[in-house]
Every structure is written in C-alpha cells, then in structure tokens.
Design a protein around this ligand. Structure first.
Ligand code: ADP
Ligand code: MG
Length: 461
C-alpha cells in the first residue's frame, strides 16, 4: 500500500476503534500511527510507552475484532511498537498545546481582571508599572508609588505626587491602582479626576427633595473604597464648598485606614485659596515630585513604545526625537507618534531622515515663537533675554518679563505651563503676570504703547 492509502486505511480503523473501545482507552488510541500492513498484520507506532502496554494488556482482543471487521481478514492482528522519536515529537506537541492552553487561560483571566478594573475603577490599561520607564528623574517617585502599591495605607498616606504637566503623574498613580487590583482583586480602587469629583458633588448637593439621599449616595461612592486616586487636585482652586466636602471624604477614608493618592501640577501652597484644612492634610503623608526625564530616559520611553508596536526603527531616529523633546513626555510621545504615522503612511521604516523631515518644521513653530517674542520685548526694554528667564527683580526687568509673558499668551495661544517653562517660572507666577498686565493695559498707557510697538516689530499687527 502507498503511504497515503495506508494512512486512509488506518484512519478508517481508528474511527472504528474509537467507537468500540472504552473512553479511558482513547488517549492511547489517538496518537497511534500506522507504519505497515502486511498479510493481515497492522503495525502501529506510539510515543507512549504506557499506551503500548495498556492497549496490549487490556484491549488487544477488542482491537483485533475491529481489525477483522474492517478488513474482513480472519487472520488480522496488530503489533504495537514504542518509538522514542515519536515520543519526543509527542512531548513537544503536548508542551506546545499546554502552553497554548495556559496562555489562553491566562489571557482570559487577565481580560476578566482588566475588564473588572476598567469598569469598576476607571483605570486606563496603558498606565501600568510595566509600561513606566524608570530614570533618574522619577526613580524616587516610582519607588514610593511601588511601596504604596505593595502595602496600601501602611506607609505613605496620603501620597501626594506633583510636577509639571505631561511628566507621568496620572500614569504612576494609575499604576498603583492596577498593581493593587492585580494582586488583590477584592480591593475597591477608585480613580477620579478632580473635575469629575467637583461636578459630581455639585449635582448631588443641589437643593432638591432628594438632596439627602443624593449626598449619602455621593458619600458612599467616594468613601466605600480601599484606595482612592484623585487626579489633578489643583482644579479644586476657588471651590470652597467642594474643598470642605473633599476634607470630609479624606477624613472618612483616612480614619478607616484607606489609601489616598493625589496628584497636582503644583504644591498645595501654590493652589490658590486652598483651605488650610486640606493643605495640612495633603502634607500629612509624603510629597514626591516628578521632574522632566533626562535624554536617556526619554530615549528609553519611546524605544519601549516602538518595541511595543513591533516597529522597524533606526536607533538614531529615536535619539533625534529624544534630544528635541525635553520637557514633556506627552509631547515626546506625540512627536514619536507623528513620525510613526508618517512612516506607516509612506511605507518607510522609521529613519533619522524621516524623523528630521517630519519634525523639523514643528520644532520651529513650537519653540521659536515665545523665544522671538521674548527677544523683541527684551530689545524694546533694553534688557538681556537671559534676565527675562532669570530671577532678577529690578523694575525694568520685571515689567519687560510681564509684558513678554502677556504677549506670549496673547499671540501664541500657548498654555501657561509651557510659557512658564520657557521663562523658568512657576505656572501660577506666569498666570498672575498675565492677568496683571491684561487688567492694567486698559489704564496704563505705557503698557498699551509697548505692546502695540512690540507687536508691530513682530509683524503680527
Ligand atoms: P501627567 O499626568 O503628569 O500630566 P501623564 O501621566 O498623563 O502625565 O503622562 C503623559 C504621557 O507620558 C502618558 O502617555 C504616559 O504614559 C507617558 N509617560 C510619562 N512618564 C512616563 C514614563 N516614565 N514611562 C513611560 N511613559 C511615560
Ligand atoms: Mg495627568
């Protein structure tokens, strides 16, 4: 018989064997493979030593009966041979199969966990410790966050993470949530943006016949949990009633031994009108600052993204991006994503050449505007550009700096944060400078003349 025929012949027999033999014998029957058929004798091989012995010992007669029926040959017989090579292949296949099953199960469990996390706790799947690159800039904050995640409410409570926008505060905070949930899915974790907390409070505390019921629902929502993650607390500024409510939420959680994690783009003392009660509570635990990553960390951050997306990239392309986006990881990622998109659309690999082509114009548009405004303003007031960026407080320099800030905000539509970055000042300082000039320009003739002439020099009028 040709081997194809032989195999078909064996498949037919196997089908009958499966019907005829008891179920506990089947795991030994499936792996049998035919190796020959001669004068009524079927020779099969198996990689299972135990299979050979059990089939021989317990099912030999039944098997021969089946053979007789299929072949119609009264002299039918079977020889079962153990084959070590087949055994190895079988073992490998088995391992592969087991791995597949294990991964599938793990995936399923992970998905269950994750979907639970997402719905109940409001967490973003991207923001885990695994995806957080640790560098000099954030290793202390990272270590503290990890300590909190491993032992919630035992060490640093509250944990107050602060730092400029785009440096990983939300990421690190949510990583704590993911970590604790993964290790103990029974814990109740709640991530809330301060804005959402404020809106939730406002709508529930509104005068209505259900006000009492609404407020107790609100309280349950924010205090019947084990870990609360409150993001961007600076938005509470000026909201006195919400602050009092937050104090209530805080105390209730703290007294029950629950973990509180807060982020802010500045220190509590720089949040306008923060109540003394909240100020002192925020300072009770530990405050850690996130600062901008160094070049190597920036490189590692985008490299991780590239690797995560299975991208083909030139290392120096990533170096180039890392070199040019220094202050904000969100912008760094944005630049990287932009180059990726171009690479994909134009079907090129992510090369240095491409990165330069795509980002060069952006750099100019982004950075130079504030710089030009500051330069021209410095010239106008006859002071040094460096002084505007420095801490000198002479009247002439202060005025020049305030005017430059005002114009930067008016002309470029840049955020206060990025203007603050340029002038090496605090976000709030810059905001106050802007508001001051905006108010005074109405009555102060010198200011209105100065801004008009500087705008003319900048050719924006
Ligand atoms: P913040 O809350 O401080 O404004 P985010 O946590 O939103 O900043 O971070 C902005 C982006 O940068 C996010 O996509 C985040 O994943 C990423 N990011 C920030 N720091 C890191 C880091 N150390 N490793 C990896 N990604 C980071
Ligand atoms: Mg954030």
């Amino acid at each position: 018989m040709e081997s194809l025929e032989l195999n078909q012949f064996w498949e037919q027999i196997k089908g009958e064997l499966i019907k005829a033999l008891p179920e506990n014998a089947l795991p030994w029957v499936y792996p049998l493979e035919i190796s020959g058929y001669d004068k009524g004798v079927v020779t099969v091989v198996t990689g299972q030593l135990m299979g050979r012995d059990l089939l021989r010992k317990n099912h030999y007669r039944q098997i021969v009966e089946v053979l007789k029926q299929v072949t119609g040959d009264e002299k039918s017989d079977i020889v079962i041979i153990y084959d070590a090579t087949a055994a190895k292949t079988l073992k490998r296949e088995n391992e592969k199969l087991q791995k597949k099953v294990a991964t599938a199960v793990m995936k399923e469990q992970a998905m269950e966990n994750l979907s639970y996390m997402q719905s109940a706790s409001n967490l973003n799947l991207k923001y885990k410790f695994e995806n957080f690159v640790v560098g000099e800039n954030n290793k202390f904050a990272h270590a503290v966050a990890m300590a909190v995640a491993k032992a919630p409410a035992q060490k640093y409570n509250p944990l107050f993470i602060y730092g400029n926008s785009g440096l990983g505060k939300t990421h690190l905070m949510q990583a704590i949530g993911h970590y604790t949930l993964f290790n103990n899915p029974k814990l109740k974790v709640k991530y809330t943006k301060t804005e959402d907390y404020i809106n939730d409070f406002i709508s529930n505390s509104r005068n209505s016949k259900d006000q009492v019921e609404n407020m107790s629902k609100f309280n349950r929502k924010y205090t019947n949990i084990d870990i609360i993650l409150i993001d961007d607390i600076q938005f509470i500024e000026g909201k006195k009633k919400t602050m009092d409510q937050m104090q209530h939420t805080f105390d209730s959680l703290y007294n029950k031994g629950k973990q509180i994690v807060i982020t802010s783009d500045r220190l509590p003392k720089d949040i306008p009108n923060l109540t003394a009660a909240l100020d002192s509570r925020f300072a009770m635990g530990l405050m850690v600052e996130l600062v901008a990553p160094d070049e190597n960390t920036r490189f590692e951050i985008i490299k991780k993204l590239a690797q995560g997306n299975d991208l083909v990239f030139e290392e120096n392309a990533l170096r180039y991006i890392a070199k040019n986006y220094t202050k904000n990881v969100r912008e760094l990622e944005g630049a990287f994503n932009k180059v990726c998109a171009f690479a994909e659309i134009t079907e090129q690999s992510l090369s240095l050449k491409l990165a330069k082509e795509v980002l060069k114009c952006e750099e100019k548009a982004n950075e130079i505007d504030i710089e030009r405004i500051a330069q021209v303003t410095a010239q106008y007031y006859d002071v040094d550009l460096d002084d505007l960026k420095g801490s000198a407080r002479s009247q002439k320099i202060s005025i020049a700096r305030h005017i430059a800030v005002y114009l930067a905000r008016e002309i470029t539509e840049k955020s206060f944060a990025s203007i603050a970055e340029f002038f090496n000042k605090k976000h709030t300082t810059i905001m106050f400078a802007y508001e001051k000039i905006k108010k005074e320009i109405v009555t102060n003739k010198d200011f209105s003349i100065a801004t008009r002439e500087i705008k003319q020099a900048l050719k924006v009028m």
